[in-house]
Write a protein that binds this ligand. Structure first.
Ligand SMILES: Nc1ncnc2c1ncn2[C@@H]1O[C@H](COP(=O)(O)OP(=O)(O)OP(=O)(O)O)[C@@H](O)[C@H]1O
Length: 573
């Protein structure tokens, strides 16, 4: 049998929670058993205390029977309520644990997917899948645990009792069930389609919102708050429209189900009433049949509602599955070896790469950097300088050619050890919402406090850190917002300084800095890169002067020529 999609997707995370889910289902089944006893006190009161033959039940007088029936009603209702609470609490608790485990797996998956995938998937969209979609998927898991089995048991129990009690009335009451089943299947398809559309639109809203919030400074600086609000408004309205349509599809179902079920009850009332008038059935027995019928319809309605919840959860489950099953990652070979220590050289051989198939960025790139050498890459904007650094870090795999470190292809190296060979200072310093010290320590997982402070000194972080309220322990805010551009760069350089990597990759470390800050950063680079191999991307000729060799990437022609042009070496710093 094919499991519903939400269960398939939650499956691996749900495995350890199976006992808890089974316990929840058991509690709810028990509740169903008690529920089946509920009509009997009423029948007892009607048939033995109010009408017919008072005092005929176990020798009790009518008042005692009424009190006993009342007490039984209270006890049964209390037991139903308590079992309900225990079942729901167990199921919801298990679902929350499944949710936490699913989110953790999805997050790890996202952290290890290739950047090509991240280039397509907006971060807001991913957050929406991690939070809202996981939540909706869990609604489906809870509904199956607390609804499917109990409703099925209840349905079979009530059916058995009804047939034992009055087969004729049972058949009449059941005629509406197939009609309802056909309608429910049609409804399920509609709900699923509406929910898929709604979830996709919500994901787009989350993506646009994250983008706008992240760029709030640009929005305000350009006086574009109205435009940003309008962009948000368009997306927001689109979500509202599809959500309203989805609500409409869902809500329209309730009266349809109620009317079909009421027709069943009305038929039984008319036919059963005639049986009572003819003296074939007592009034109490007719009430029991009607109560059972209501109890029969409750699981029928429950199962059709479950189908709707599963349809909603299914729309979210496919979005969660897309993340969980994505295999777009830069993967290690089974026989991958630790990356060499970089004692000889790094070589790019006939390297070709493109982010998008039709737009080659690099073709036939050849470059050799000897260990201990500082090489500066110059070239027009957009020519592919940063891309070369990304390829060296193996953030992307080359499309053709190869990159070698001490003669070993990067693709034969284990990624973790490979990345330990490089200290990367990106164009945008990528600071975390953490303290200065924690941001520096990010560069080396074994960094000690003393090592962090020494790196801060080398990268001239000391020059400004004393002015921060808690020195090295000052939180920097999202993206390091509490620091100036030059200060952020120096923290990023301190990361490279604390790292023990033999090669430093610097991507425009002095871009957009004033002459004083740029000079400070150049000084910090000199100190932090001593005795290391350096590949430096810059447009800054002062910074280029510290290199042993400058390599210029020529402007791209229709067919890009190989990267071989090398300018005259400048003096060693
Ligand atoms: N993630 C990406 N997806 C698609 N195209 C990209 C991506 N990153 C860069 N590109 C494209 O690749 C080309 C090379 O970009 P890259 O950042 O390597 O240039 P660069 O030489 O470092 O430029 P700059 O000097 O302006 O920093 C550019 O044309 C850019 O549009």
């Amino acid at each position: 049998m094919k499991l519903p999609l939400p269960l398939t997707v939650a499956g691996p995370a749900a495995r350890v929670q199976v006992p808890a889910l089974a316990a929840a289902a058991g509690l709810v089944v028990l509740r169903v058993g008690v529920l089946l006893l509920r009509p009997w006190p009423l029948a007892l009161a009607v048939d033995h205390a109010l009408a017919g033959t008072p005092g005929s039940w176990a020798g009790f007088d009518p008042l005692t029977i009424l009190v006993l029936a009342g007490a039984a009603t209270i006890l049964l209702s209390a037991a139903i309520g308590l079992l309900d609470m225990a079942g729901l609490r167990t199921a919801e608790g298990a679902a929350e644990r499944i949710g936490a485990s699913l989110r953790a797996t999805m997050f790890h998956q996202a952290m290890t997917r290739s950047l090509r995938w991240h280039d397509r998937m907006r971060s807001g969209e991913l957050v929406s899948r991690l939070t809202t979609d996981v939540g909706r998927l869990l609604d489906g898991v809870v509904a199956v645990a607390t609804s499917f089995l109990p409703d099925a048991v209840m349905l079979l129990g009530v059916l058995g009792l009804l047939f034992a009690f009055d087969p004729g009335l049972a058949v009449i009451g059941l005629t509406v069930v197939p009609v309802l089943a056909v309608l429910a299947v049609r409804q399920r398809r509609r709900i699923r389609a509406a929910q898929q559309e709604a979830r996709a639109e919500s994901g787009r809203l989350a993506g646009a919102t994250t983008d706008l919030l992240r760029n709030v400074r640009a929005v305000q600086a350009f006086g574009r708050a109205d435009r940003a609000t309008a962009v948000f408004g368009t997306r927001n309205r689109a979500v509202l429209d599809v959500e309203l349509r989805a609500v409409d599809v869902d809500a329209r179902w309730t009266p349809v189900a109620d009317i079909v079920l009421a027709i069943g009850s009305a038929l039984v009332l008319v036919v059963g009433g005639r049986h009572v008038l003819a003296g074939v059935l007592t009034t109490g027995q007719l009430l029991v049949v009607l109560a059972y019928l209501r109890d029969l319809y409750s699981p029928v309605r429950g199962l059709t509602r479950l189908s709707a919840v599963l349809a909603k959860a299914g729309a979210s489950a496919s979005r969660v599955r897309e993340v969980l099953e994505c295999d777009e990652a830069v993967v290690d070979r089974v026989d991958a070896l630790p990356a060499p220590a970089l004692r000889q050289d790094v070589r790019f051989e006939e390297v070709a790469f493109s982010y998008e198939a039709a737009h080659p960025v690099l073709t036939d790139v050849n470059l050799r950097i000897v260990a201990g050498e500082t090489v500066c890459l110059l070239g027009p904007s957009g020519i592919g300088k940063s891309t070369l650094l990304h390829l060296l870090l193996r953030l992307y795999d080359v499309d053709a050619g190869r990159i070698l470190i001490d003669g070993v292809d990067l693709r034969d190296c284990d990624q973790r050890s490979l990345r330990e060979r490089f200290a990367f200072v990106p164009q945008d310093p990528w600071l975390l919402d953490a303290s200065v010290a924690e941001n520096i320590a990010f560069g080396n997982q074994h960094a000690t406090r003393a090592g962090v402070l020494a790196a801060g000194r080398a990268a001239l972080v000391d020059e400004f850190v004393d002015r921060l309220p808690f020195g090295y322990d000052t939180p920097l805010g999202e993206g390091g917002i509490r620091l100036s551009g030059g200060q952020r760069r120096r923290v990023a350089l301190a990361r490279a300084a604390v790292s023990e990597a033999p090669m430093v990759l610097l991507d425009e470390p002095t871009a957009s800095l004033d002459p004083h800050s740029a000079a400070a950063v150049v000084e910090a680079i000199r100190t932090t890169t001593t005795n290391r191999t350096v590949l430096l991307v810059t447009h800054d000729h002062d910074l280029a002067a510290i290199a042993d060799r400058v390599v210029t990437l020529p402007p791209r022609q229709t067919h890009q020529p190989p990267l071989t042009a090398e300018l005259q070496p400048s003096g060693r710093r």
